[in-house]
Design a protein around this ligand. Structure first.
Ligand code: SF4
Length: 480
């Protein structure tokens, strides 16, 4: 899915930058998510940094003993009555699910939110086989109706405002045009209730699998996940192998960090801890529970001296929420289902460097993502390493590619920078003339080639005490 025909990145970035409505929607949403997280971390947690450290340690322990953890999970889950399947590639995972669908004469499945299913391209795969896969998460439903991929890993339709959602429901569900959020929710609920009627198979993702318990944890806010995992006779859960932790306590530590980081909520609305199919005397629950453990190049990352750190990711989306590039261009500009800082690290690793390396240039290396990541993934430093890899200064084994070339322009630009930065005289001259340069840029930027493309979308900051300030403050002079 991620390697389907892509638009040149310069082109799609330009389109997104000119989409004023999307930028406004994203700006408002991202600022709200940032504010909520900051308030919560500051006011509700005594030792947020200690919690991050514990989570990092628990994830590292699980990743370092991944083989052992996975076998332990399989053993204990099987004891609990869960059927565990192993898939090496994305296609293997799709085929396993399709075999279950065929065996049980299923023609339609309902899905809870699952980025893993987006990663393996499950909807498209099933559609080609004539099986309907319906999204039950509100955000996923909106973008499915509008034939779009998710724009964000936690809030897939965050680029749409309620008026746009109202129009989509009107056009695609023949619903009345309603602008009130409660009424839009009600339209979605009515539509989905009908879909659950007589449903045989539900599919979900997995947030954390616990090897000692042989159970898995699924968090969500809408209750649709619980419907998908309890209402049908068969529940299939799709789980990347890096989701396995050792204990229930480890998973609880992650949940404490996940929702505050994702949406600024203290706890998730629904915690679903699934430890097997319905037992004698249970009033509800599926008769069969299957877990598909899939690899899809994660073991290549595990073997790499640096990139294994990204396997700690708990998919909270915080790095996107705080990224100053993501909120300008949105997730679709990355043209991979994992956008933002974590996408820049894992998309080249999971889907191949050749098709996914352009997005590395989307990062300004400001480091905000690394600061907010609840499991302390050094995202900015990994992005820098991937860039070095891309231009051939690092080793390329992780990607199985030999087509990576040095960029001549980059080489010249960096040689000039090294020259300037290592020569005391040139550097002092540059610093002392920065004020004048800033003044020239602010005054004439809209006429200067190359620079005007940048300043069209971005205000240049003031440098305090600049010539520009002095001139601006002179009576009767205006440079605005
Ligand atoms: S890299 Fe960190 S901040 Fe980004 S989604 Fe993963 S866990 Fe969250």
């Amino acid at each position: 899915m991620s390697n389907s025909a892509k638009m040149p990145h310069e082109q799609i970035v330009k389109i997104k930058l000119n989409d004023k409505q999307m930028r406004e929607n994203l700006r408002t949403a991202m600022h709200t998510l940032q504010k909520n997280r900051l308030n919560l971390v500051e006011n509700k947690f005594n030792d947020w940094q200690g919690l991050r450290q514990r989570a990092k340690q628990a994830k590292n322990n699980a990743i370092q003993s991944l083989g052992e953890r996975l076998v332990e999970f399989e053993k204990n889950a099987t004891k609990n009555g869960i059927k565990v399947h192993w898939a090496d590639t994305d296609v293997d995972a799709c085929n396993i699910i399709y075999e279950l669908i065929k065996k049980n004469n299923v023609t339609k499945i309902l899905k809870g939110k699952s980025m893993a299913s987006e990663e393996i391209g499950l909807n498209h795969f099933l559609q080609e086989k004539g099986v309907e896969a319906i999204e039950s998460d509100l955000g996923e439903l909106i973008i499915q109706l509008n034939h779009e991929p998710p724009v964000h890993i936690v809030v897939p339709a965050i680029h749409k405002n309620r008026y746009e959602v109202a129009q989509i429901f009107k056009d695609k569900l023949n619903a009345p045009y309603e602008e009130e959020i409660e009424k839009l929710n009600s339209i979605a609920r009515t539509h989905l209730r009908d879909q659950f009627e007589g449903l045989k198979m539900g599919l979900s993702g997995v947030n954390f699998a616990m090897s000692k318990e042989g159970a898995f944890w699924l968090i969500e806010n809408e209750g649709n996940g619980r419907m998908c995992t309890t209402a049908p006779d068969i529940h299939v859960a799709l789980c990347g192998i890096e989701k396995v932790l050792e204990t229930f306590e480890d998973a609880a530590t992650m949940v404490h960090l996940l929702t505050p980081s994702a949406t600024g909520q203290f706890i998730p609305t629904y915690n679903n801890i699934i430890s097997g199919p319905r037992k004698n005397g249970d009033k509800d629950g599926p008769k069969e529970v299957h877990v598909v453990l899939f690899n899809h190049n994660r073991t290549n990352m595990l073997a790499h001296e640096d990139y294994h750190e990204a396997l700690r990711c708990i998919r909270c989306g915080s790095c996107m929420n705080f990224c100053p590039v993501y909120d300008k261009i949105g997730g679709h500009a990355y043209q991979t289902i994992y956008p933002g800082p974590i996408g820049e690290v894992i998309s080249p690793n999971l889907f191949g460097m050749d098709q996914n390396s352009d997005i590395l240039s989307f990062c300004s290396l400001c480091g905000r993502c690394s600061e907010v990541c609840p499991v302390k993934i050094p995202l900015a430093s990994l992005i820098r390493k991937l860039r070095a890899n891309k231009v051939g200064q690092g080793e390329n084994k992780a990607f199985g590619s030999d087509k990576l070339e040095h960029s001549k322009t980059e080489q010249i630009a960096f040689k000039l920078f090294v020259k300037a930065a290592t020569s005391g005289g040139i550097w002092r001259f540059n610093i002392s003339s920065a004020h004048t340069f800033n003044f020239v840029l602010k005054t004439f930027s809209h006429q200067l080639p190359v620079i005007k493309n940048w300043t069209k979308y971005k205000e240049l900051p003031d440098i305090k005490g600049t010539l520009y300030d002095k001139l601006k403050n002179m009576e009767g002079v205006s440079y605005e």
